[in-house]
Design a protein around this ligand. Structure first.
Ligand code: IFM
Length: 454
């Protein structure tokens, strides 16, 4: 039996990182030519965000980026995952580029390089330029082409200094929360539309990969290209045929819906069978465009789906507790998920765990934030990840979500995911105990790797 208290060693080449996204930390929403995104519009619409807050200032990372990179370096990580705000570099999502916007990311990339921290960039973390939303947003096929133009421009400018570029972060959320239930921007609740949106997001991914490949080839660049998907295992609450069938449907519509087009060039039949497809239009060559070879898959894992057909539905026992988001802490699901991906996708490229972390009701006491539950969460997930690697899954890195407490979408600032506490009144950053633990854990891993080489 695997002992969850034993020391584990990850491969010496392993990537250790922390992650953020533009709208959640940058602030400076109307500075230096940035255009509005759908999240600016959404947060400025009454009753959309639990605490009525916006990302106008957030962690003011736009003005604190030097200090933030110093913090990243102090954590011993060798990688930083962040996203580019599309409307900062192209205010409308089409038309002219904004040089000031590109300058911000150029400075950030230079500073990271100076500190030997690899840059892992996401192009789209949900913040569509409002200019494109005004032309139909992700319901308009044209948006996929505009996205490919933007991707190519980023590759052209930064292809010499980015380690990986992910096209999308969690397209499931853009489609199912942005459209399906309307809890996220642009807030349109229509399930049939969400299916078409998911198709255009996947199409934009494939077109962007092709456009970036052409640019990177010319630059002789070694930047790796991929996508980041949020995934979970779906476990039936009981052994009943109904629960088991429902769990498979959940897995098909959430995980396989994005994986199959990319790695098998088709949508999963099990999902198609139960979906409302009356607004679903796929052009002839779309699946070939989507199914481009990619160099890595980013997996974001937080919890499992616990599926019950009973009324009221059975709830998970939560032996290890629940996070402040109400999500069950279930590390074994990460091992199960990775093993299932390995079994089902022969074309699976190397994986990065691009997000994993938990929200907790952190408090400063005596100048300290004792977030023991978060430390335990990370420790157990690293063990679960190690288990998957030991069974042959090619995982090359782990990024904690998030570096900083930040704007947690429709939950506003009420939920704190950071390793670093942010006092939003003063913008002071304070390392939580989990940050110190992660820093020391990585140092020990690096030390072990060095002594193996000697
Ligand atoms: O904060 C989000 C992030 O933007 C995307 N993945 C999940 C995180 C926690 O909800």
């Amino acid at each position: 039996m695997h002992n969850k208290n034993s020391t584990i060693n990850f491969p010496s080449s392993f990537t250790w990182g922390v992650a953020t996204s533009a709208y959640q930390i940058e602030g400076a929403s109307a500075i230096d030519g940035r255009g509005p995104s759908i999240w600016d519009t959404f947060t400025h619409t009454p009753d959309k965000i639990i605490d009525g807050s916006t990302g106008d200032v957030a962690c003011d990372h736009y003005h604190h980026w030097v200090e933030d990179v110093e913090i990243i370096a102090a954590l011993n990580v060798n990688a930083y995952r962040f996203s580019i705000s599309w409307s900062r570099v192209q205010p409308l999502g089409y038309g002219p580029w904004n040089e000031k916007g590109f300058e911000f990311y150029a400075k950030l990339l230079d500073k990271l390089a100076e500190k030997n921290i690899a840059a892992h960039v996401t192009l789209y973390h949900w913040d569509l330029p409002q200019g494109l939303q005004d032309r139909g947003g992700w319901l308009n096929r044209e948006t996929a082409t505009r996205f490919a133009d933007y991707a190519a421009e980023v590759a052209r400018r930064f292809g010499d200094r980015i380690t990986t570029i992910a096209t999308h972060n969690e397209p499931w959320c853009s489609a199912n929360l942005g459209y399906g239930n309307g809890q996220f921007a642009p807030g349109i609740a229509d399930t049939a539309l969400s299916i078409q949106v998911s198709h255009h997001l996947l199409l934009s991914h494939g077109l962007a990969i092709q456009a970036m490949r052409a640019v990177l080839r010319n630059l002789n660049s070694s930047t790796k290209l991929g996508i980041v998907l949020n995934q979970w295992t779906a476990m039936p609450a009981t052994d009943s045929p109904q629960d088991r069938a429902e769990a498979e449907w959940e897995y098909a519509r959430s995980v396989q819906w994005y994986m199959d087009p990319i790695f098998k060039l088709k949508y999963p039949q099990k999902a198609l069978d139960r979906m409302d497809l009356n607004k679903f239009l796929v052009h002839e060559n779309d699946m070939n465009d989507i199914g481009q070879a990619i160099d890595f898959l980013g997996v974001n894992y937080y919890t499992r789906a616990y599926v019950s057909t009973e009324n009221p539905p059975k709830k998970p026992e939560g032996k290890l507790g629940f996070s402040d988001m109400g999500w069950e802490i279930y590390p074994d699901g990460l091992t199960d998920l990775l093993l299932r991906l390995q079994r089902e996708y022969p074309r699976l490229p190397p994986i990065y765990i691009t997000e994993n972390g938990m929200a907790a009701a952190d408090k400063i006491e005596g100048g300290k934030i004792s977030d023991e539950t978060r430390i335990e969460y990370v420790r157990l997930h690293l063990h679960a990840l190690h288990q998957a690697i030991a069974q042959g899954v090619d995982v090359q890195g782990y990024f904690y979500w998030s570096l900083l407490d930040n704007f947690e979408w429709n939950s506003g600032y009420a939920k704190r995911f950071g390793l670093v506490y942010v006092d939003y009144d003063t913008q002071e950053r304070i390392l939580k105990d989990s940050a110190l633990w992660y820093r020391d854990f990585i140092a020990a891993q690096m030390q072990a790797a060095r002594s193996k080489i000697q």
